[in-house]
Design a protein around this ligand. Structure first.
Ligand code: ARG
Length: 489
């Protein structure tokens, strides 16, 4: 048992009490943030004349040495200590003596842990944004390669109207784009430094909180010391955003599982991303998609857990808040793994274009277009709807499709049908005519794709990453150029 307090106690802590209270088992993950925060704190203390320059130097070198030794495997973070803060301070004092005991001047573990957790979360928010950008890029490549890959669009999981793979993937581009924007929002809102809040009411030392905030890359210091030590909103926001990422991944996974089923056979998941069965030799299972779908539950759980932990807590710090870490870390790790694996699975997944197009042709996905054809011949839409309904029934009885009927059969149902009906209800026409903004018609789809390319390039630029390179993929660059020309670029 190694703890930072004990002066006012007359009895030793019970061993099981100590263990129950200790957090080092999981907060050792904050080691780097703890060192970084302490180095900034000490730099500020010296600038303010609270520590001497010699003390600053000795403490800073001591902390850097500890960091080096832990990273290099020469020093193990011992779980003997109560928490990571106690470990660092104790080792520092063993190493540099008296000066080490001055590290905690004008600081409490309450603002220290608030800082560590914020620094750590800020890093994970940024990493998550980057993973989302990688996913967006993979989705965009598939979009740009499949503007004329036809497939059925569904409602109620029933074939509804024909669409394209580019259009279907485009829906996920929008979802993950919003997820990426949420990361950006959280980052901006959380980027204020709680260090210097002390235990709850600031300190009597003349700390320069603006300076520490600047050293640690924050926008500025937080403005209320009680809130600073007891705020975990940013974590809750992050958990909510991660839950939404998982909800999107889970929907996408579900579709891939369906598309990969024997009945659909729209896709083939790469061998590297599938697993077999121990008993059924023919099996190739979509386990990654299933696991991603399944892991959604634990991320939602983390959100619910944090909300419940924070509910009803009086100001300011309460030990309940130590419970923020395990669930939040687990959710962060889970989403990192899910995004990484899911992106890899998408990148290597193959589409069976022929199957998809055939599926779009069966199942009367052109029924709306057939009704629209009659509207074009002067039939009111409601009547056209009824006529095509009867036509569909006729086809079902004869086990055929609208575009397979003869003109005579069609005329038997309505004399408005002419030879041009066959072109009007062909799969190609049905898709090509859907030209409203956001629809699958190739002409507007390419406009959407160019908007997505521009959006992605801004993000990549922001992260100092290479721009999206259409020439590296099998993409119709002339289509992109046509849109740019029309844009006047
Ligand atoms: N391990 C604690 C936590 O994670 C650190 C803060 C402890 N502060 C205190 N006054 N006991 O919240």
């Amino acid at each position: 048992m190694a703890q930072l307090w004990g002066g006012r106690f007359t009895k030793e802590t019970e061993k099981n009490v100590y263990d129950f209270n200790a957090s080092i088992r999981f907060d050792k993950r904050l080691f780097h943030q703890d060192i970084e925060g302490s180095i900034a704190h000490v730099a500020m203390l010296a600038k303010q004349g609270i520590l001497t320059e010699d003390e600053r130097k000795s403490i800073t070198e001591g902390l850097e040495g500890i960091r080096q030794d832990v990273d290099g495997g020469k020093l193990e973070i011992s779980e003997e200590y109560e928490d990571i803060h106690s470990f660092v301070e104790a080792v520092l004092t063993q190493r540099i003596g008296e000066a080490g005991k001055k590290l905690h001047t004008g600081r409490s573990r309450n603002d220290q842990v608030a800082l560590d957790m914020r620094l750590y979360t800020r890093k994970r928010v940024m990493e998550t944004e980057k993973l989302l950008i990688e996913l967006l890029e993979v989705i965009l490549v598939t979009m740009a390669q499949n503007v004329e890959t036809y497939m059925p669009g569904f409602t109620h999981l029933q074939k509804a109207q024909p669409t394209t793979l580019a259009h279907h993937y485009g829906a996920y581009f929008e979802m993950f784009k919003r997820d990426q924007q949420r990361m950006r929002d959280i980052y901006v809102r959380m980027n204020y430094c709680p260090l210097g809040a002390g235990a709850l009411a600031g300190t009597t030392y003349p700390l320069d909180r603006e300076y520490t905030a600047e050293l640690l890359g924050f926008q500025g210091p937080t403005l209320n010391s009680m809130d600073s030590v007891s705020d975990r909103d940013y974590l809750i926001e992050f958990m909510a955003a991660l839950s939404t990422v998982m909800m999107h991944l889970s929907r996408f996974s579900e579709e891939i599982i369906i598309w990969n089923s024997n009945e659909y056979q729209f896709v083939e998941i790469d061998d590297a991303y599938s697993t077999g069965s121990s008993i059924m030799p023919q099996k190739k299972n979509p386990d990654i998609a299933e696991l991603v779908r399944g892991k959604t539950g634990r991320v939602y759980g983390a959100l619910m857990s944090l909300l419940t932990t924070m509910k009803g807590l009086p100001l300011a710090y309460n030990k309940d808040m130590q419970e923020d870490k395990e669930v939040a870390f687990d959710a962060m790790d889970t989403v990192t793994d899910c995004l990484t694996l899911f992106t890899g699975m998408l990148r290597t997944m193959k589409f069976k274009e022929q199957r998809m197009a055939e599926s779009a042709m069966n199942g009367f996905t052109n029924a709306t277009d057939a009704a629209d054809y009659l509207v074009g011949k002067g039939v009111p839409f409601r009547d056209a709807h009824g006529i095509i309904g009867r036509l569909v029934l006729y086809c079902i009885e004869k086990n055929t499709a609208i575009d397979k009927l003869s003109l005579e059969e069609l005329k038997g149902i309505s004399d408005k049908f002419e030879e041009d009906i066959f072109d009007a209800v062909s799969l190609k026409t049905c898709v090509e005519k859907r030209l409203t903004t956001g629809a699958p018609g190739p002409e507007v789809m390419w406009v959407t794709i160019v908007r997505c390319v521009d959006y992605l390039n801004d993000l990549l630029d922001n992260f100092g990453l290479d721009k999206f390179k259409p020439e590296e993929y099998n993409i119709d660059e002339s289509a992109l150029a046509r849109v740019r020309l029309a844009d006047g670029k």
